[in-house]
Design a protein around this ligand. Structure first.
Ligand SMILES: Cc1cc2nc3c(=O)[nH]c(=O)nc-3n(C[C@H](O)[C@H](O)[C@H](O)COP(=O)(O)OP(=O)(O)OC[C@H]3O[C@@H](n4cnc5c(N)ncnc54)[C@H](O)[C@@H]3O)c2cc1C
Length: 531
């Protein structure tokens, strides 16, 4: 990873990728494997997008990765893709069988465990809800069916829009039957048991919308993704960019950080390069944007191009996903001393997630609608060697961006005392939750700091602090233009907005974009290279 300076450029480049999230890096690596010279430009001072880590006072935290499913199965497509784009250098550690712990009630009076393995998960749920055996079995089969149909649905996106249009009825219709319904609509047909619905949707924070608003398709894809348990990248999430970079470099490409793209250069109807904030212009045959569709269509294209192709009008149909606060906690004790487990905690005041949110928005002093606690140092087998005698915890809550809007024009670290006081108040609420559920850490915290939606905006360029790109509503999956090809020739989208949120969704975004550029199914190439 190199700091941008114009003398670091050694074009001509085949492709420029804007943004070094996993979507951008995967596109770059897959193109590099085909011999392309790719330049990845990242505005942050570190590569990786939401997979970057940051360090403070002798601790290190992940920003946007707590667990990933499926990669422990060496022949899963996901694992083979990661192996391919990292030349096998990225290693994973499988979490224990219980990977998510769910609690309901002010003090977590009622709790449930999500266990790895579809059969085990099903049996465990049937033990919790013995009267709901049939509903649970039907639920698991519907999740598998909906997720199974995603392959064709997203595969269509790699085709050119015209060919895709013709193939659309065959490739998309089955998936749309699921994606057109909300999660609540589907689950309400299976059961009237509100507690069961609350438990089945308790990972909704992984895709950001409660059951009455989320498309059942995203619920199914995420639920299925974790059916077999969770994994953590050994060495932390920064290892993702660190292990992909050499693959990009092998073909003469590179990742340059502190390279803020201000405009995509368009000649006639063709993207021909980018202009950076410092005025430098860099040309390439193709431009790929991993900066999110709202940034790409709304902020990076010249006004006249955007109006020629009605892009602003398109953007009226998508909405930013939710924003979050995260308390990064450091402790001068090992995870073993503190007896920290690896399972993530999902904590809810009540089973009705929609109602929890409604109540909180009406009364922000009331119970937090969801608190998520993750223990990265416990998940990483290399942690104790890298940070002996220390451990870390992350405590996350969801908040509307609007609550922070009044400080959005103030510079980072200088947003004023009222902002700091507000942050402290929110930190205390998250600490209260932490002490309630992990009481042994009380009195042992050495350092904590809170990120807000303004941190996400500042570091990752999401203007509303959104963490999952655009919202995963039923309407989203109807938008055919959320695909690699754009109306501008040689300009392509990638990342979470063209598939789904999650490291996996964004990585598959990279696969689709590389396939669209190379005009063939790169999964086949990956299988040929890795099997
Ligand atoms: C708190 C949190 C927890 C999460 N937990 C998990 C989890 O446990 N498991 C999981 O699978 N997923 C998780 N996710 C989601 C996952 O991290 C994201 O969905 C995924 O990483 C998005 O990848 P991306 O490539 O689409 O975009 P991003 O990672 O957002 O990358 C986009 C990049 O583009 C850069 N950029 C933007 N504009 C410009 C510009 N003008 N010039 C240059 N560069 C630019 C940004 O700085 C950024 O680096 C989490 C996310 C968050 C925030």
């Amino acid at each position: 990873m190199t700091l941008y300076k114009s003398d670091k450029l050694d074009g001509p480049y085949d492709t420029i990728v804007i943004g070094s999230g996993i979507g951008g890096l995967a596109t770059a690596a897959l193109l590099a494997k085909e011999g392309q010279k790719v330049l990845v430009l990242e505005r942050h001072y570190v590569a990786g997008g939401f997979t970057h880590t940051f360090s403070r006072k002798g601790y290190e935290w992940d920003v946007g990765l707590h667990y990933i499913g499926e990669v422990h199965r060496k022949n899963s497509i996901l694992r083979l893709l990661f192996d391919d784009i990292t030349d096998g250098a990225l290693q994973w550690s499988l979490m224990p069988d219980v990977y998510d712990k769910i609690s309901f009630g002010p003090a977590g009076e009622e709790s449930y465990e999500f266990v790895a393995g579809k059969k085990q998960f099903s049996e465990k749920l049937q033990n919790y809800f013995p009267d709901e055996r049939e509903a649970i079995k039907k639920y698991i089969s519907l999740v598998s069916e909906a997720a199974g149909n995603s392959k064709n649905f997203f595969g269509e996106k790699a085709l050119s829009p015209a060919v895709g249009y013709l193939a659309s009825p065959f490739l998309r219709s089955k998936f749309l039957e699921f994606s057109d319904q909300t999660t609540l609509q589907v689950l309400s047909k299976l059961t009237k048991n509100k507690k069961l619905i609350g438990v089945l949707t308790s990972q909704y924070g992984d895709y950001g919308l409660p059951p009455s608003q989320s498309s059942f398709a995203i619920h199914a894809m995420i639920a299925k993704h974790y059916f077999d348990g969770g994994n953590y990248p050994i060495g932390g999430s920064s290892q993702i960019a660190a292990t992909i970079a050499p693959v990009i470099e092998k073909s003469g490409g590179k990742i340059l950080v502190r390279a803020d793209v201000r405009e995509i250069l368009v000649d006639g109807n063709k993207a021909v390069g980018v202009r950076l904030a410092n005025g430098d212009e860099i040309k390439a045959k193709k431009v790929v944007s991993d900066a999110g569709v709202i940034n790409t269509f709304g902020r990076l294209l010249p006004e006249k191009i955007s109006s020629r192709f009605n892009l602003q009008k398109k953007l009226l149909k998508v909405h930013s996903s939710l924003a979050h606060i995260c308390l990064y906690v450091g402790l001068r004790h090992s995870t073993a001393d503190l007896k920290l487990g690896q399972a993530n905690y999902w904590i809810y005041p009540d089973y009705d997630h929609d109602e929890n949110i409604r109540r909180y928005l009406a009364n922000p002093e009331g119970p937090l609608p969801v608190t998520y606690i993750s223990f990265p140092s416990a998940k990483d087998p290399s942690w104790d060697k890298r940070f002996p005698g220390r451990s870390t915890i992350e405590v996350i809550g969801f908040v509307p961006y609007d609550w922070f809007k009044k400080w959005e024009d103030k510079p980072w670290m200088k947003r004023g005392e009222d902002y700091e006081a507000y942050k402290e108040k929110l930190s205390e609420r998250l600490l209260e939750q932490l002490y309630r559920f992990v009481p042994q850490v009380k009195g042992k915290i050495d350092h904590y700091e809170l990120s807000t939606p303004l941190s996400t905006r500042h570091f990752c360029n999401y203007q509303n602090g959104e963490i999952y790109g655009i919202d995963h509503t039923p309407e989203r999956f109807r938008l055919r233009w959320l695909r690699p090809h754009t109306p501008i020739q040689n300009l392509f989208l990638t990342g979470q907005d063209i598939v789904s949120d999650g490291v996996t969704g964004a990585l598959f975004g990279g696969v689709l974009t590389a396939s669209a550029i190379l005009r063939r199914n790169v999964v086949k190439d990956v299988l040929a290279r890795t099997r």
